[in-house]
Design a protein around this ligand. Structure first.
Ligand code: C2E
Ligand code: MG
Ligand code: MG
Ligand code: MG
Length: 278
């Protein structure tokens, strides 16, 4: 009887798996269309120098706007592109577009670009990015690559090589979502970073938790001790901004300072923030 029940469980599982597989196949087909018709584009979220309150750069965040006007978030389609073997092509498409857009900003404005853990196991990543920058004409000093800690665990040897390629070429590396991975501290001394980005989960809780407050202070001190810049992400409240300024956190990002926006709005943002500063 036990054997029979077991078999029935498997049988019951198959339709659900097929449905899942079907969904995946459909999504991959939609992704292919979206890439072909240019429906996936980078949006740009500003990050500000908290000392001078001036714009320091924009982070490119991929957006897929469907023909019906619905947005599919990157956490839903980046993994699909990876599974479908389309991530290299998608990244090149997004990166080329982002470099071109960055050419329309003031020449001291940084472009920050995210790469996922899977992409860091691509030995040619550095070369691919450098080739595109060369073609578009964006100087390497204007680029920063954001990686997460999990990227360094997946295929550590290759990741290290890729990061060294980028660093040698003069591209800065930022450690994203800092504090949420397993091995932050050992990674900090194993690799060369120029920036850590404190994950927004810390920024959004330190006001109500004394412990979180101590953790944020320690992270800022750690970054400064290592001689790297510290960015706080997810700033939504003026009180959070003020606190981070008091802590001498270098840079800030979040809805309070600016949302991810298409390039024409980013250009408008640049000119209006210059107006405010003058
Ligand atoms: P991330 O790099 O940590 O990006 C920050 C995420 O937080 C973005 O979500 C952004 O829209 C959101 N955010 C920014 N400020 C605030 C705030 O004040 N409050 C709240 N609640 N959220 C805020 P998004 O755009 O959905 O991106 C999610 C993740 O997807 C990114 O996390 C990044 O890891 C990844 N991603 C985005 N674009 C790309 C891409 O082109 N390539 C790759 N490989 N990954 C990407
Ligand atoms: Mg990021
Ligand atoms: Mg982040
Ligand atoms: Mg994050």
């Amino acid at each position: 009887a036990a054997k029979k029940a077991g078999r029935n469980n498997v049988a019951a599982f198959i339709p659900a798996m097929l449905e899942e597989l079907n969904k995946q196949v459909q999504l991959e087909a939609q992704l292919r269309d979206a890439m072909r018709t240019g429906l996936i584009e980078p949006y740009y979220q500003p990050f500000m120098d908290l000392g001078t309150r001036k714009l320091a750069g924009f982070e490119a965040l991929a957006r897929w706007k469907t023909a019906e006007g619905r947005f599919i978030p990157p956490c839903d389609f980046i993994p699909v592109a990876e599974d479908a073997g389309r991530i290299v092509e998608l990244t090149e498409q997004l990166f080329r577009r982002a470099c071109k857009d960055a050419m329309s900003w003031p020449s001291d404005t940084i472009l920050s670009f995210n790469v996922s853990p899977t992409q860091l196991s691509d030995r040619l990543l550095g070369l691919r990015l450098l080739k595109i920058m060369g073609e578009v004409g964006l100087p390497v000093q204007r680029l920063e690559i954001e990686i997460t800690e999990s990227a360094l665990i997946q295929d550590a040897a290759v990741a290290k090589e890729v990061l060294e390629d980028l660093t040698k070429a003069g591209i800065r590396i930022a450690l994203d979502d800092f504090g949420t991975g397993y091995s932050s501290l050992s990674q900090l001394s194993n690799y060369q970073f120029q920036k850590i980005k404190i994950d927004r989960s810390f920024i959004q809780t330190f006001e109500t938790s004394e412990k979180q407050d101590k953790v944020v202070r320690a992270m800022v001190a750690l970054g400064h001790g290592l001689g790297v810049q510290v960015t706080a992400e997810g700033i939504e409240e003026p009180s959070q901004l003020q606190y981070l300024q008091e802590l001498c956190c270098d840079l800030g990002q979040g809805y309070l300072l600016g949302r991810p926006q298409p390039n024409d709005e980013a250009i408008h943002f640049i000119s209006s923030s210059i107006d405010v500063a003058v």
